[in-house]
Design a protein around this ligand. Sequence first.
Ligand code: FE2
Length: 284
Amino acid sequence: MMKKEIKKIITGVKTSDGKGVQLTRIIDSPTLDMLDPFLLMDAFGSDEPQDYIGGFPPHPHRGFETVTYMFAGKMRHKDSVGNSGIIETDGVQWMRAGKGIIHSEMPEQEEGLLSGVQLWVNLPASHKMSEPSYQEINGDGIPKETRGDDCFLKVIAGKTKNGTQGAISNDLVDPLYWDIHLSQHARFDDQIPAGHNAFIYMIEGKVTVCGAPIIKNQLAVLSEGNHIEIKSTSATARLLLVAGKPLNEPVARGGPFVMNTPEEIQQAFADYESGKLGQQDSLR
Ligand code: FE2
């Protein structure tokens, strides 16, 4: 057994995307370019409508997956392959863009708190041009595990040591995605597959890992190891523990496209412009 420690703390940068949505970019930021297979992570959270009301009008993706997890509020999504729906509080959408989709992600509210995170998970070369697909689960559909009276977790992906199996499956990077809630002085421990890259994102409160603190809104990149132990040092703490198998492939980025080579990025832009990636008109 080898314990994971905190290797690096990331706070991200404030930026905006879509039509003026205010967010913090934590992965794909100056201090953390990527954490293979994770390409990007944005956190958004505001009760000021002007910070989110513009939403993310139609835009394309190719070559990876987007994972949206809502902490509060509602987002409506619609895409060029005919899917649409609303991701509500506590709901998750795990979307494989594959060879390409065009979609919109718009707030389904005009006031109140909208908050959540979006994570981009890379696809291996063998699956970058696969068919787009969705796994969408509302809050009730996410398996939960209670440990004593001071710890419970929502298992979005991966399997806990007690055998709770996550709602989402992905055999490409074998992801683990847990939403962990702790009371004061609670201890949490579990196994993480050796060789996976892993991080903690603090949603609320404070915890320590091997004595080193992480506070709200920070992301902690974890060291190698196959075991994690987390201690709560605040009245309540809530965090995401996320891990995945690195792909170890070349990464070429071009805005909403992530491929293996610059030529494939050029091809993605050409396909988008010629309408091969999907028809935008269907979204209006
Ligand atoms: Fe998107």
